[in-house]
Design a protein around this ligand. Structure first.
Ligand code: SAH
Ligand code: SF4
Ligand code: F3S
Length: 488
């Protein structure tokens, strides 16, 4: 499914389309030589932003003539990496070992690494030293140059046909590398291959300016840049023409959308404009930083028929002392006031959150505060993470807590999250509610899986042709975070 986003950088775009043409020729020649399809596989390791980037990569690959498959043993395999926690990095290094075996069996195979991990110079160094079989490394800022870089992989960096405007492009051993530490360019008018025909992520902004002290994202995604509202609207209109009924507006902190635009506009105002798009049925967004969530936004969600009644509002910690060390800018009371105000104003809303356990200096009393907030807000779901030390972030220099302590506290938090989520989710048992059917259930193929407007997952019997449609389902059996239901 190819569709084109709008963009503000014509010159760059022309350049990339020239490379796309050259790449097409490379792939066509390879196909002729091997007398078979040339396959490519894109693996996503990170968040929704990362997944959206993978759709951009896959769009280029399909346009160039590759057959995109899900098997990593392909002619070209791309890892779109995440570095938010160390286990994300370790997963990539582990999987690379397997790719090296595939490459030994098929020496023409190409391996590409991109995404947040490869924004870090120490990662590039490690890859060059220990994983010399990787053919191409680039990051998050220069993803729109993928066609160009891939052309160099096949034809050699010496064969550059156009003037070189990428001063950071170089070759080390057999690996072609382009590392940009920053960018101001928003260039997206390139093919995109959407994973789902009926729903899509839409970037409304890139980067982050918040510098929470534990977080690597501002270092690997750069400063906050908002897209022009007109461009976003145009993109969504085109998506709707192409069959999309649900969009997820994406940004690290959507509530600060539009502040750096020439004509500033608030996120609430953007939502009002998106809401007017005919044919669009559901609007989601992520993520909302509690420090910027305005009354105007609550009002817009409350009065909207399309904006889903779900808000992801990361708490991180319930302790004001730890929140201060995290540079989150709100304290326990402010978070509670906000979450309870949202619950009061929009009673059927679901509130989900992210929690970090084991942040430097954390004590049992701090975790008691976190548990207190979980109980008072009653989150519908919470992603609980063990703090991971990220080199280069301020928290990495703070006194760390012991693994044993973290394990104990993590179990306490998780137990509390599970109990309160169930209490919350069970409230709709017996109700019949609209569900957007997403896919065939992966464990039990006789079931379909869909989402309620409030983001709760429901499994129920139904035929595959309902995928992408909104149907009414009676929520029969609450299983904690999800339901078994029956189509009515
Ligand atoms: N911009 C979003 C978060 C993006 S990262 C926001 O602020 O809400 C997603 C989640 O990963 C964060 O909310 C946080 O809970 C978690 N996270 C980020 N850095 C982490 C680290 N160093 N260790 C553990 N969890 C981390
Ligand atoms: Fe990371 Fe904080 Fe930015 Fe979220 S708001 S991406 S947690 S720095
Ligand atoms: Fe990971 Fe980058 Fe997203 S670090 S969480 S893929 S922004």
């Amino acid at each position: 499914m190819n569709q084109f986003e709008t963009c503000d950088n014509r010159e760059e775009l022309e350049r990339q389309y020239k490379y796309l043409e050259l790449l097409k020729k490379v792939v066509a020649d390879l196909k002729e030589l091997k007398n078979r399809d040339i396959t490519a596989c894109v693996e996503t390791f990170g968040c929704q932003m990362n997944a959206r980037d993978s759709e951009k990569i896959s769009g280029i690959l399909k346009s160039a003539g590759f057959k995109v498959i899900e098997d990593e043993n392909a002619d070209l395999t791309i890892y779109n990496t995440c570095s938010v926690r160390d286990n994300a990095n370790q997963k990539v290094y582990g999987r690379l070992g397997r790719l090296s075996t595939f490459k030994k069996q098929n020496p023409d195979m190409k391996v590409v690494l991109c995404g947040c991990m490869t924004q870090e110079e120490c990662v590039i160094e490690k890859l060059c030293t220990s994983y010399g079989f990787v053919d191409l490394i680039f990051g998050t800022h220069n993803i729109y140059r993928f066609a160009e870089y891939l052309f160099y992989v096949y034809e050699g960096i010496e064969n550059k046909e156009f003037d070189d405007s990428d001063a950071n492009l170089y070759k080390k051993g057999n690996t072609i590398i382009s590392h940009w530490s920053e960018t101001k360019v928003i260039c997206e008018n390139l093919p995109i291959d959407r994973k789902y025909p009926y729903k899509s992520g839409v970037n409304i902004m890139f980067g982050c300016n918040n510098f929470c002290t534990y977080c690597i994202v501002p270092y690997v995604r750069g400063r906050e840049r908002s897209r022009e509202a007109d461009e976003i609207i145009k993109e969504i209109e085109n998506l709707v023409k192409d069959g999309v009924i649900e969009v997820m507006l994406l940004g690290q902190n959507v509530n600060s959308y539009g502040k750096n635009l020439e004509n500033p506009i608030s996120f609430a105002e953007l939502l009002r404009r998106v809401e007017k798009i005919e044919g669009l049925e559901r609007i989601r967004f992520m993520t909302s930083h509690p420090k910027d969530l305005s009354d105007e936004l609550i009002e817009v969600i409350k009065n909207s028929k399309k904006i889903c009644h779900h808000i992801h509002l990361p708490l991180q910690s319930g302790s004001s002392r730890i929140l201060k060390k995290m540079n989150r800018v709100y304290d326990k009371e402010k978070y509670l006031d906000l979450a309870l105000k949202i619950r009061r104003e929009i009673p059927d809303i679901s509130i989900t959150t992210d929690i970090i356990v084991g942040f430097p200096c954390e004590t049992k009393e701090d975790v008691d505060d976190t548990i207190d907030v979980i109980k008072k807000v009653g989150f519908d779901n919470a992603f609980t993470f063990i703090y991971s030390k990220r080199t280069g972030t301020p928290a990495a220099e703070m006194p760390q807590v012991s693994e044993e302590f973290v394990k104990e506290q993590f179990d306490r938090v998780l137990k509390c999250v599970q109990e309160t989520a169930r209490e919350q989710v069970v409230k709709i048992e017996g109700q019949t509610l609209p569900v957007l059917v997403e896919e065939v259930n992966k464990q039990d193929e006789s079931l379909l899986t869909g989402r309620l407007e409030n983001n709760t997952i429901v499994h129920f019997k139904g035929s595959e042709d309902l995928i992408g449609k909104i149907v009414n389902v009676k929520c029969l059996e609450c299983k904690g975070f999800y339901y078994f239901g029956e189509m009515i």
